[in-house]
Each structure stands twice: as structure tokens, then as C-alpha cells.
Design a protein around this ligand. Structure first.
Ligand code: 5GP
Ligand code: ZN
Length: 136
């Protein structure tokens, strides 16, 4: 699906909702986040509508990868986090794939990260991946 009439980011692409655009090509748009976690927090999106990463064609994704550094240029941020949420429980609110580029100027501003390490059934997990590799 190329675009969705009700999708807020498709409407930003079409210019129906105002945004401050940082970069635009046939396949990609970067614009400032309306509720930034830090100065220069930007969103980089494919123009192809899709809710989750696997819904986006490879050629759109590869162009996004090459564009992610761009929003950093204006603020000169040297430390930053890239965030890409998929699904409600993973904190995705807007169902159009987007990459957050979030400058991390100091300890307080930018993305705060919890890192809850845990034990897993590592041997069973490895067997699952071995099985997957053997079928590829
Ligand atoms: P998510 O939690 O889905 O990964 O993040 C969605 C992001 O989109 C949020 O950071 C939010 O501030 C941003 N956002 C939501 N609506 C708008 C909008 O209308 N304009 C802009 N520029 N950003 C938006
Ligand atoms: Zn969309």
C-alpha cells in the first residue's frame, strides 16, 4: 500500500498536515518530531505506507539507512540514539514506520534507556535458529 488517507504520517508526506521538513526524496522524508526528547529530535520515514518494518520494501529501507545521519547535521550532535518501535507494547503510537533520530547532548536529555537483562533458554533458542538457518 503506497499511502493511507487516515495515516498521520502519510498526511504529513502529502503536506496535508504541516511539519518542518529536513530532507525529502522520492522515497524518504525526514522532519522534526513535534514532541522532541531533545533538541533536533527528528523522524525519518519511508514514503511507502506500512505499519511495521517488515511491511516496507527493501529499496525504501536502504535509502532510509543512508539518510539517518542527515538530521544530525544542523545541531552537530555527536552522541545520539536511533529508535524504531514496532507494535503498541513496543511503544509504537503511529502506525507508519519511522526511525527516531534522537540527539543525546547530556545524561538528562534525549532517550532514557532501561536495559532489563534476563536469563533465557539459550540452548532451545539456538536450536530454533539452527532450524531456521537450515531452511533458508
Ligand atoms: P512512536 O511512539 O510511534 O515511535 O513515536 C511517534 C512520534 O511521532 C512521537 O515522538 C510523536 O511526538 C511524533 N508525532 C506524532 N504526531 C506528530 C505530528 O503530527 N507531527 C510531528 N512532527 N510529529 C508527530
Ligand atoms: Zn502512512
Amino acid at each position: 500500500m503506497a499511502s493511507l488517507a487516515s495515516c498521520i504520517f502519510c498526511r504529513i508526506i502529502k503536506g496535508e498536515i504541516p511539519s518542518f521538513k529536513l530532507f525529502e526524496s522520492d522515497k524518504t522524508l525526514a522532519f522534526l518530531d513535534i514532541n522532541p526528547l531533545s533538541r533536533g529530535h527528528a523522524l525519518v520515514i519511508p514514503k511507502h505506507h506500512g505499519a511495521k518494518l517488515a511491511d516496507i520494501p527493501d529499496d525504501h529501507l536502504s535509502e532510509i539507512l543512508a539518510s539517518l545521519w542527515y538530521p544530525l547535521q544542523a545541531t552537530g550532535a555527536t552522541d545520539y540514539n536511533l529508535l524504531q518501535n514496532n507494535g503498541r507494547i513496543a511503544h509504537q503510537v503511529v502506525d507508519h514506520v519511522h526511525f527516531h533520530m534522537i540527539p543525546k547532548p547530556n545524561e538528562k536529555e534525549g532517550l532514557g534507556i532501561g536495559w532489563p537483562q534476563q536469563q533465557t533458554d539459550m540452548e532451545k533458542l539456538k536450536a530454533l535458529f539452527e532450524d531456521l538457518k537450515s531452511r533458508m
